[in-house]
Write a protein that binds this ligand. Structure first.
Ligand code: AMP
Length: 181
């Protein structure tokens, strides 16, 4: 199964994606996690990504797309994947489509995790990640509205809308039910 998970920052995408991927036996591929691992290890990619991440801006597409394509070439991605944090823009979705066509693959479903703004803000403040400054939070929220939301039309026929408010297990169960598991 080839899945995407989309939602604003603080919606619980990472938590839900990791549980779901484990349940389905597919890799959880989070572009944010890969960037953070590179920042932590001080790689060239990490040094480049860090300035964008600290500002809440998007890392340039040529870097991000190449990183995702390379990840797909690892053997565990042959069984499918759950992509978290990519694509975040319509141009990235176009690129993903091209990469998958070359592989004879396609996206099966797109999970949209919905949480109202006031709850998002509470969760963001509790999370305390290095790039959770007030400026970066508001920049990511702005980018979600302008750049990521158009993806919902792009993937209209594949969208699975999930209420992301509730306990972790409860939300996970909603996702599994919606996917027919
Ligand atoms: P996340 O963990 O998904 O919130 O991502 C953290 C940061 O990594 C973002 O604020 C961006 O700077 C960068 N990032 C993650 N995914 C992408 C992407 N698909 N395109 C560009 N930048 C990304």
């Amino acid at each position: 199964m080839r899945l995407l998970i989309v939602g604003p920052q603080g919606a619980g995408k990472g938590t839900q994606a990791s549980l779901l991927a484990e349940h389905l036996g597919i890799p959880h591929i989070s572009t944010g996690d890969i960037f953070r691992a590179n920042v932590g290890a001080g790689t060239e990619l990490g040094v480049l990504a860090k300035t964008y991440m600290d500002a809440g801006d998007l890392v340039p597409d040529e870097v991000t797309v190449a990183m995702v394509a390379a990840r797909f070439d690892e053997p565990d991605a042959g069984r499918g994947f759950l992509l978290d944090g990519f694509p975040r823009t319509v141009p990235q979705a176009d690129k993903l489509g091209e990469i998958l066509i070359e592989r004879g693959e396609d996206v099966d479903k797109v999970i949209l995790l919905e949480v109202p703004d006031e709850i998002l803000l509470e969760r963001m403040l509790a999370r305390g990640r290095a790039d959770d400054t007030a400026e970066a939070i508001s920049r990511r929220l702005e980018l979600y509205h302008t750049e990521t939301k158009p993806l919902l039309d792009f993937y209209a026929g594949k969208l699975v809308e999930i209420d992301g408010v509730g306990e972790i297990d409860e939300v996970q169960q909603r996702i599994l039910t919606a996917l027919g598991h």
